[in-house]
Design a protein around this ligand. Structure first.
Ligand code: LLP
Length: 418
């Protein structure tokens, strides 16, 4: 099971993370509760930084903030020396508030609103990752008006199919993302006509939760060819390395990933390499705590355990058939003896967190923990059924700090007009 690196079972038989007893955390902060382990998060940042600096020194890691974007988390990530991939004005605002170095901000999006382009220019961000020709024109006009230069990388659609869920594949030919390769010359001709826009290199992103280095190697080769052909200075590989939600999912280590990419580039180019990992930085650092409520048995069919959260705090299973594992924090030493369908409290039959989890016998009040929820859980959470979003706490050395406070009913109605 991929728990945070500090996970252990304490004397009470409770699961502990970052030196904090999860049963105590549930009592103190309530459930559902997102818990993030500072050590795992820092380790992953350093693992990326060190592995790539060793394999290919001219590299930069920009955390894909869409995976988890809060001021506190961004501060921690910035303190590890990482930059940020942002894909909206809101993410840009958040990471700037966290004190991110604007020069290390890469602004993505396939239809950037003009206002957000202005905000990014005013902030002096490092690179616009340009997705299409229309947007190029928009950036040129905005830069001219402001009298500033805009450095851009062009996102190409590499036509590479990665084996992952259809909704998180982005590099195939039929995609809304990126400039198709056969339209690249015309795009580059348009760049040449721009006065304020300077092209630094090519970028691609082939998908997410990819467990194999091969499509990345293929992508790197393609971007290298473009770099050599057009004499550009930077290569952006996107994100996408997967994590182990289940034991049978075996992603490459970051060191292996770095070695495979460096193997393509070393000796062929001096271009700067930029990576944008999201999930593989924060995924494993996070767990979600729920309180088991109703335990329901349909004889001859199955047993259900109904939690106090579900699809609003973790929409990934209903969206992508995403898989998770669970443990009971208050029965961490007990053997798994029953199979349960773990579901949520929301008004949809599809509100399933885990189709079949092997757990010790569950009784109401148990603290059920789903693992690997650090990425794309909080950031994709909703207020469906007008349920306030959970709090997020960061744990370290026996201390828990609130990074996002729990929403209140007042928060839910604060933008409502009579
Ligand atoms: N760079 C770009 C341009 C991206 O679009 C993404 C993710 C990343 C980097 C980071 O990818 P990662 O390292 O996290 O795989 N909501 C989906 C994932 C969507 C990913 C979208 N783009 C999920 O929950 O699985």
């Amino acid at each position: 099971m991929s728990l945070p690196v500090t996970a252990k079972t304490n004397k009470k038989g409770h699961l502990e993370i970052g030196g904090c007893d999860l049963v105590e955390l549930a009592r103190e902060f309530g459930t559902p509760l997102y818990v993030l382990d500072e050590k795992t998060l820092r380790d992953r940042c350093r693992d990326y930084g060190d592995s790539f600096k060793q394999a290919y020194p001219n590299s930069e890691i920009a955390f894909a903030s869409k995976a988890l974007c809060t001021i506190g988390v961004s501060k921690l990530i910035a303190s590890e020396g990482l930059g940020f991939d942002v894909s909206s004005g809101g993410e840009l605002y958040t990471v700037l508030k966290a004190g991110a170095d604007p020069k290390k901000i890469y602004f993505h999006g396939n239809n950037k609103p003009p206002r957000e382009i202005d905000e990014a220019l005013a902030a002096g961000i490092g690179r616009f990752m340009v997705d299409n020709e229309q947007e190029l024109g928009q950036i040129e006009r905005a830069a001219e008006k402001m009298g500033v230069r805009a450095n851009i990388m062009v996102r190409v659609n590499p036509g590479i199919e990665a084996h992952t869920h259809e909704f998180v594949q982005t590099g195939r030919i039929d995609s809304k993302f990126g400039v198709p390769l056969d339209q690249l010359d015309s795009f580059l001709a348009a760049v040449k006509k721009c006065k304020m826009v300077h092209l630094t290199g090519f970028h691609a992103h082939i998908g997410s939760q990819i467990l194999d280095v091969k499509p990345f190697v293929e992508e790197t080769r393609l971007l290298l060819d473009l770099t050599l052909k057009y004499g550009t200075a930077e290569i952006g590989l996107g994100g996408g390395i997967g994590i182990s939600y289940l034991p049978e999912q075996k992603p490459p280590t970051i060191r292996e990933f770095a070695a495979a990419i460096a193997g393509v580039l070393r000796g062929k180019t001096e271009a700067k390499l930029i990576l944008e990992p999201g999930r593989s930085i924060v995924g494993q650092a996070g767990v979600t705590l729920y309180t088991a409520g109703v335990v329901k048995e349909i004889p001859g069919v199955r047993k259900y355990v109904i939690t106090d959260g579900g699809m609003a705090d973790n929409p990934r299973p209903i969206l992508y058939d995403a898989v998770y594992e669970a443990v009971l924090a208050n029965k961490a030493k007990a053997e798994a003896e029953e199979k349960y369908r773990v579901v949520g409290r929301f008004c949809e039959s599809g509100d399933i967190l885990i189709k079949e989890a092997s757990l010790p016998r569950v009784t109401p009040g148990d603290i059920l923990v789903t693992t690997c929820t650090g990425a794309y859980n909080y950031s994709m959470a909703s207020n469906y059924n007008r349920v306030p979003r959970p709090a997020l706490v960061m744990v370290h050395n026996g201390r828990a700090a609130v990074v996002v406070r729990r929403e209140s009913y007042a928060d839910l109605v604060k933008n409502d007009a009579d």
